[in-house]
Design a protein around this ligand. Structure first.
Ligand code: NAD
Length: 369
């Protein structure tokens, strides 16, 4: 077990950067404890599911025990790789049967965005906790339905916000929360990559619900909120499209957007499918700054503040995430930054407002947090 003092030393933190650290410490301290293990079935065995499952091989509190897939050959592969018994394998037609499986605690939904809502409803009905990838849905109406369904079924809903457990991100948040940066004035978030194959689901509105904003721009939205530590009250946004054939109606290629916060802080962000390696956060306050680049990629995350380099340890994001989510689902532990359905819904409301700002050219008010 890493002691509090060792963690603080390892992370290069000072007493003034500690407000969020008890929860961050918990992430590390829990790793060697003898506790119940969260038994997870993964739904959708694509690229990110593979990354999550590989990372979970190093988890001490969570384990892949089942799969839900429409492709029998993938199911066989996963069964062999993770010793998954036949009775823990399902397809999209047999999801309801998970209800009678006492050896699965939670289902992690890692399918195309537009499927998340209905699949969450199905898993909740089967009485299992839901971990759902970002974006939680394709709009706020769906997000609210998911929350209501999970609450009605008495199961928890978590969204796969892996950065909410990432140590350098928590270090930057702790710096801001401690007052070290002074009054926060400005955040810049740049999130993008150059998307390839024009036939993939990410460019098909029926499956993706939108373009770069749903997929990668959401990192700047979410990051603006956790870096500034407030909820925005207005949004403005402008879209540019250089390739209307690849990026059809309803699939945004590049959107610049601005968020205003109650304290007067503003965020200026870029979401794009046309520029490579765009992954930078910058937070400016009256007394100091933090910049992170890369800021949300799989890592290692790197950054510095006016005090020097961020020093928190490099981790595999999904290993830390899933161990922490096990603590939340099994032991009612608290995430360092919320990962529940309401957290996902806030981002969906902002995405809805960004699309409205683009289509109307108006400044859109955001209320009812
Ligand atoms: P992917 O295309 O690699 O995998 C999607 C999987 O869903 C495939 O196995 C596919 O067979 C399955 N699927 C089930 N029904 C389908 C249907 N009707 N049409 C198409 N595919 C169907 O995609 P991915 O990159 O793994 O993304 C999946 C989800 O994970 C998305 O919501 C994405 O936003 C999210 N994601 C999150 C992160 C992160 O860092 N948190 C990273 C990548 C992806």
């Amino acid at each position: 077990m890493i002691s509090r003092r060792k963690f603080i030393q390892k992370a290069g933190l000072t007493a003034s950067t500690l407000p969020l650290m008890p929860a961050a410490e918990t992430l590390f301290n829990n790793q060697n404890q003898n506790q119940a293990v969260l038994r997870v079935a993964i739904m959708g065995l694509g690229s990110y599911a593979n990354r999550v499952a590989r990372a979970m091989e190093s988890c001490t509190r969570a384990k892949v025990v089942g799969v839900i897939s429409g492709t029998p050959s993938k199911v066989k592969e996963w069964q062999a790789r993770y010793s998954i018994p036949e009775e823990n394998c399902y397809n999209y037609e047999t999801i309801s049967e998970i209800a009678s499986n006492k050896n699965i605690d939670a289902v992690y939904i890692i399918t195309p965005n537009a499927l998340h809502c209905e699949q969450t409803l199905q898993v909740a009905k089967a009485g299992k906790h839901v971990i759902c990838e970002k974006p939680m849905a394709i709009n706020a109406v769906e997000g609210a339905r998911m929350i209501a369904a999970c609450e009605a079924a008495g199961v928890q809903l978590l969204i796969g916000y892996r950065m909410h457990f990432e140590p350098k991100t928590l270090e930057a948040i702790a710096l801001r929360a401690s007052g070290e940066l002074g009054k926060i004035l400005f955040f810049q978030g740049l999130s993008g990559f150059r998307i390839g194959n024009p036939n993939q689901w990410r460019l098909n509105k029926k499956l993706s619900g939108g373009g770069a904003m749903m997929d990668i721009g959401i990192y700047s939205i979410n990051g603006a909120r956790y870096m500034i530590g407030e909820e925005p009250t207005w949004v403005t946004a402008q879209e540019t499209k250089t390739d209307p054939i690849k990026f059809k109606e309803g699939i945004d290629e590049t959107i610049q957007f601005q968020l205003g916060f109650p304290s007067g802080a503003i965020a200026s962000c870029l979401s794009t499918y046309s520029m490579n390696d765009l992954d930078r956060f910058y937070l400016n306050g009256t007394k100091g700054q933090v910049e992170m680049q890369p800021s949300t990629g799989y890592g290692p995350i790197s950054g510095r503040s006016h005090l020097g380099p961020l020093k928190a340890p490099v981790v595999t994001h999904q290993t830390i995430q899933m161990d922490a989510m096990a603590g939340i689902l099994l032991n009612n532990e608290k995430a360092p930054v919320a990962v529940d359905g309401y957290e996902g819904l806030k981002d969906m409301k902002i995405i809805d407002a960004i699309f409205k700002a683009v289509s109307t050219g108006q400044k859109i008010s955001l209320t009812n947090w």
